[in-house]
Design a protein around this ligand. Structure first.
Ligand SMILES: [Zn+2]
Length: 162
């Protein structure tokens, strides 16, 4: 296939902005930008398309999904910390009401974050296809689960200390 034909094929399928005026060259069949007359270079067009595909393969394009992914990965740190605390609590001589509070509040963290992170990492397209509201709630859950849980753990302790 000639370079001109390859270029036409690439521009038929992709949005590529003109280097000179940012005009979208998609669908152009000539060798120059119809807006500013600048030459359309095939290496440049290829580079732009490849860079975009590289980005899209590596990170979700949606900001809410991205935010949720980051939150759930940070949450894995909380889950590991909660697991350690849980083990210490179970091995300790802590009195039973306090022990119950800690056990009940720490378990959800240990279980929920690995599940959330797993969903975000392996079911990214499923999440991306959810409605905006669902994606927002999922991202909020990923970020707020640990702080909310911390309040649940600390509140009884603070009340008991008074
Ligand atoms: Zn142009």
């Amino acid at each position: 296939m000639s370079e001109a034909a390859t270029l036409r094929e690439l521009l038929a399928a992709h949005d590529v902005a003109c280097d000179g005026c940012r005009y979208n060259l998609r669908g152009q069949t000539g060798g120059v930008c119809p807006e500013c007359g600048r030459e359309i270079r095939i290496e440049r067009v290829r580079g732009v398309i490849e860079a975009r595909q590289w980005r899209e393969r590596r990170m979700p394009g949606d900001r809410l999904v991205m935010a949720g992914l980051v939150g759930s990965l940070l949450g894995l740190g909380y889950a590991a910390g909660a697991m350690g605390t849980l083990v210490r609590v179970m091995m300790s001589e802590l009195a039973s009401p306090m022990r119950l509070v800690l056990e009940v509040t720490l378990w959800p963290l240990v279980v929920a974050y690995p599940v959330l992170a797993w969903v975000y990492l392996t079911r990214t397209s499923w999440i991306t296809a959810r409605s905006g509201r669902a994606r927002l709630w999922l991202a909020l859950t990923a970020w707020l689960l640990a702080p909310a849980d911390l309040v649940l753990v600390l509140l009884p302790l603070v009340l008991a200390a008074r």
